[in-house]
Each structure stands twice: as structure tokens, then as C-alpha cells.
Design a binder for this molecule. Structure first.
Ligand SMILES: NC(=O)c1ccc[n+]([C@@H]2O[C@H](COP(=O)([O-])OP(=O)(O)OC[C@H]3O[C@@H](n4cnc5c(N)ncnc54)[C@H](O)[C@@H]3O)[C@@H](O)[C@H]2O)c1
Length: 282
């Protein structure tokens, strides 16, 4: 008789989980009976998300959060240590979701404007350096087994620990004036596949989920208070642009993450969740 599989909740860190896609990821992971620790820089939104939007899970001790500026490596390291304490010393999954998510230079600037250099640094630090530094800080709490660092072996059952980077279809396709965002997001691809090869020795898989255009403004305090929803943000163009005949929702990104967490033979992959838009000729 086949052994009965015992469901094991995972301990998951989500960066940038106060609002947007990140908030939806947190909620879907909790609904799937995992435990979640959220990092975000927006203190009020984070407090609301943790204690009001996710009250039921907070009261049950399934979710906690901390304010963290992901452009500050010391802050990252001390916040990862707090998360590890919440998880009794073991982290199964890190989702590097936080980002400067608007792809354009601010105020209609182009790269000819010298002032974009500061924005360039912000894109690279937030979208590329922070996933590296957060992953680095999590490794000691994620290794499949203590001995794996020296033996390189990962012979256990199950999918093991994993790191998921939330990238973007903008790693492959640009509109004008997106150099900082596009460079940071295509940099994440190189980070992902290099980490997948290096961390294989520790039993840690590494993959990337690249959203296409995802309507996520309703995933916020303002959205909750105004009764906002996903449907009201979708136009006919959003439907027509996608071979899937519908617009993208944050749940589509959560579904991809949940798949990858349990996909024990998948590492080093970039999964684009864009309704087929990148494949479609305009
Ligand atoms: N929404 C889309 O259409 C879309 C498309 C492609 C890729 N993405 C990617 O999906 C992810 C989520 O995007 P979103 O649309 O939900 O964005 P969002 O702006 O709604 O949320 C980003 C979150 O990251 C947090 N954050 C930003 N800088 C931070 C910092 N220094 N320290 C800590 N937290 C910080 C913000 O406070 C916010 O809660 C991002 O990686 C984005 O690049 C989104």
C-alpha cells in the first residue's frame, strides 16, 4: 500500500507583502494552510494587512510581519532573523516579491536626463541587490540538512526548500524609458539561474515567476475600504490583448508560486505568467 502523504505546512517569507500582488500571495499561501512572515517598508499598510485584512490568520498565529527597508542590508539581515525566530529556526520558502514596480522613469524623464542615475540606483538596489541579500540571509535557515553544505547531498523526499523571485515580462520586452526597471528584472534572471546551480548543493531550488500585466490595485487598504475588486479594473483591451481571453489577476501569480513550491524536479526556470501576451504579435 502506498504511504499516506502527510500535509506539511511551509514557513514562507514574502517581501513586499503589504499590498498588491504580494498581499494576494500572502493570503493564498495562508488559505493553503502555510505560515507566512511579511516584510514591507509601508508601515501603516503592513499593519493593516497583517492585523485587519488577515485578522483571522493573525489571531491564529499563522502570519506575522515586520517593517523592513530592503535597500538596507543590515535591516534585511535582522528582519530575516526575526522571521526565523517566528518560524522556530526553519524557513522553507522565500518569495522575493518587493520591487519598485512602476517600470518608467519618474515624471516622464528619459535616460538623457542625468537625474535618472539616482532612480537607476534605486531600481538596482530594490529589485536586484535586495533579492540577493535577502536570499543570502535566509540560506542558513533553509538548508535541507545540516550536513548538506559539505556533502552536497539532497536525498530527502518532497520538494525541499526553495526561493522564488518575482520578475517581470519586462526582462524580455520594453516600452520607451524603462531602462532601470528592465535591467533590474533581466538581472534577476541571471541571479536566479546562478543561484539555482550554486544552491543545488544545499538542497535549495530557485525559480522565477515573471508576471505579465496584472491588475492588483484592489489588493490594498484603499481597495478594501472602497469595495474595489479585480473585475472593475479590467477593460475590453485587457481581454483582447491576451490569448487567454482574460486579464491577469494576482491569483495567477499565487498559483504559479504554489506549483513551484511543490515542484521538486524544477529549478533554474523562468515561468512567464502573462496570458500569452509576449507570444502575441501586435
Ligand atoms: N502588477 C504588474 O502588472 C506586474 C507586472 C510585472 C511584474 N510585476 C512584479 O510583481 C511584483 C509585485 O508588483 P505589484 O504590482 O504588486 O507592486 P506594488 O507596488 O503594488 O507592491 C510592491 C510592494 O513592495 C514594497 N516595497 C517597495 N520597495 C520596498 C523596500 N525598499 N523595502 C521593502 N518593501 C518595499 C512596497 O511597499 C509594496 O508593498 C514586483 O516584483 C513587480 O515588479 C508586477
Amino acid at each position: 500500500m502506498a504511504p499516506v502523504e502527510v500535509y506539511k505546512p511551509k514557513n514562507i517569507i514574502v517581501s513586499g507583502g503589504a499590498r498588491g500582488i504580494g498581499r494576494a500571495l500572502v493570503r493564498h499561501f495562508l488559505e493553503a494552510r502555510h505560515r507566512v512572515y511579511i516584510f514591507d517598508i509601508q508601515e501603516d499598510e503592513l499593519e493593516y494587512t497583517t492585523k485587519t485584512h488577515l485578522k483571522k490568520y493573525h489571531d491564529e498565529g499563522k502570519v506575522a510581519s515586520a517593517v523592513c527597508n530592503l535597500r538596507d542590508v543590515q535591516d534585511i539581515r535582522s528582519t530575516v532573523a526575526k522571521a526565523a525566530e517566528f518560524f522556530d529556526g526553519h524557513i522553507d520558502v522565500l518569495v522575493n516579491n518587493a520591487s519598485i514596480a512602476s517600470p518608467y522613469w519618474k515624471d516622464g524623464k528619459t535616460m538623457e536626463d542625468a537625474a535618472t542615475l539616482d532612480e537607476w540606483q534605486a531600481f538596482i538596489e530594490t529589485n536586484l541587490t535586495s533579492p540577493f541579500a535577502t536570499s543570502q540571509a535566509c540560506i542558513p535557515y533553509m538548508k535541507a540538512r545540516q550536513g548538506d553544505a559539505t556533502t552536497g547531498a539532497h536525498l530527502g523526499d518532497g520538494a525541499g526548500p526553495c526561493i522564488l523571485h518575482i520578475g517581470s515580462f519586462r526582462a524580455h520586452q520594453s516600452d520607451p524609458n524603462q531602462e532601470g526597471y528592465a535591467a533590474s528584472k533581466s538581472g534577476q534572471l541571471g541571479l536566479m539561474h546562478s543561484m539555482a546551480i550554486s544552491l543545488g548543493a544545499l538542497g535549495i531550488r530557485v525559480n522565477l515567476v515573471a508576471p505579465g500585466r496584472i491588475k492588483g490595485a484592489h489588493e490594498s487598504r484603499e481597495g478594501d475600504e472602497d469595495g474595489g475588486n479585480w473585475e472593475s479594473q479590467v477593460s475590453q483591451k485587457d481581454v483582447d490583448d491576451h490569448p487567454t481571453n482574460r486579464a491577469g489577476s494576482p491569483k495567477d501569480i499565487a498559483d504559479a508560486c504554489l506549483y513551484l513550491m511543490d515542484a521538486g524536479f524544477v529549478t533554474g526556470q523562468d515561468i512567464t505568467v502573462d496570458g500569452g501576451a509576449l507570444r502575441k504579435k501586435n
